[in-house]
Design a protein around this ligand. Structure first.
Ligand code: C2E
Ligand code: MG
Ligand code: MG
Ligand code: MG
Length: 290
């Protein structure tokens, strides 16, 4: 049987495939060492409440500062880390670090904000995530109300009952739950009332197009209206222009996140934005330099 498989597979081998497999292996062994070498870091992107123009949250976004390749974005190594299991130590580190930075900002005297952390599949369903989060909160002394986890709809659907159970336990601890990339997954709207959630994040693919596409505008404002009726907070991701901000404010969207405010950046670059007047004039002023 193995011989047969070998025969059938051999015609697919090509130098290009070999090279990418080789590159993949190299990347994988580097990633294993990256954590120890402290090449992994967290960037942060602020979230602004439209009613007050104040920063009320930030999302932690992982980066890999590779010694030869420079800054690598998570799209290039999180899927690999998911496959080989490295997401477990990497994810636990990210949760711990995000709590730690948020606590540091509070101790520095900034108004308290919520820190959002992304969870991927293996992290959420195949390890004691509730215990890992509880430990991070305990170690850093961060009040659980200032931690939020982001999970995609598709991930919630992998195992509905188990997901509900995990989310309930997190929520009972006081942690907030957000659905990331909302509108792009495979869940049915019926699940919105079954899952214990606090926040919907409208996917940037809709927000990007609200000025040009009637359809994108309709979907975005429908998600905002639905969130209000369900008593959920709603965050628009990918807000790049003041015109986006104005439209979203008119719709009644609660919170925005995107390059208009800031690109994801190191904690010392984000901290000053937590001062209450930092974004006071963003609606009327010049677009921020990034
Ligand atoms: P996401 O959670 O949906 O994060 C939003 C992505 O949109 C981020 O990309 C962010 O940099 C980008 N973004 C924000 N505002 C704008 C904008 O105005 N315009 C444009 N064009 N893009 C914008 P990033 O940092 O490359 O992260 C990609 C994905 O990687 C994240 O998507 C998340 O799913 C995953 N990820 C990031 N950090 C972690 C982590 O610590 N753990 C896990 N499990 N996944 C992570
Ligand atoms: Mg996210
Ligand atoms: Mg998203
Ligand atoms: Mg995403």
């Amino acid at each position: 049987h193995a011989k047969e498989l070998g025969k059938n597979n051999y015609q697919f081998y090509s130098p290009a495939l070999d090279k990418s497999a080789e590159e993949r292996l190299a990347l994988e062994s580097h990633l294993r060492k990256a954590l120890e070498k402290e090449e992994l870091l967290l960037y942060f992107q602020p979230q602004m409440e439209l009613a007050t123009h104040r920063i009320i949250g930030a999302e932690a976004l992982i980066r890999w500062n590779h010694q030869e390749k420079g800054m690598i974005s998570p799209g290039h190594f999180i899927p690999l880390a998911e496959e080989n299991g490295l997401i477990l130590p990497i994810g636990a580190w990210a949760i711990q670090k995000a709590c730690e930075i948020n606590k540091t900002w509070q101790q520095a005297g900034y108004p308290p904000i919520t820190m959002a952390v992304n969870l991927s599949g293996r992290q959420f369903l195949h390890q004691p995530i509730v215990e890992i989060i509880a430990q991070a909160l305990k170690d850093t002394g961060l009040d659980p109300q200032y931690l939020e986890v982001e999970i995609t709809e598709s991930l919630m659907m992998v195992n509905v009952d188990e997901s509900i159970e995990i989310l309930k336990r997190l929520r009972n601890m006081g942690v907030k739950i957000a659905i990331d990339d909302f509108g792009t997954g495979y869940s049915s709207l019926a699940y919105l009332t079954k899952f214990p959630i606090d926040i919907l994040k409208i996917d940037s693919s809709f927000v990007f197009r609200i000025l040009e596409s009637e359809g994108a505008l309709a979907i975005t404002s429908a998600i905002v209206a639905m969130s209000q009726r369900l008593g959920l907070k709603v965050i628009a991701e990918g807000v790049e222009k003041t015109a986006h901000l104005r439209l979203l404010k008119d719709m009644g969207c609660d919170i925005i996140q995107g390059y208009l405010l800031a690109r994801p950046a190191a904690p010392e670059d984000i901290a000053p934005m937590l001062t209450p007047k930092y974004f006071e004039n963003i609606e009327h002023g010049e677009q921020q330099e990034n």
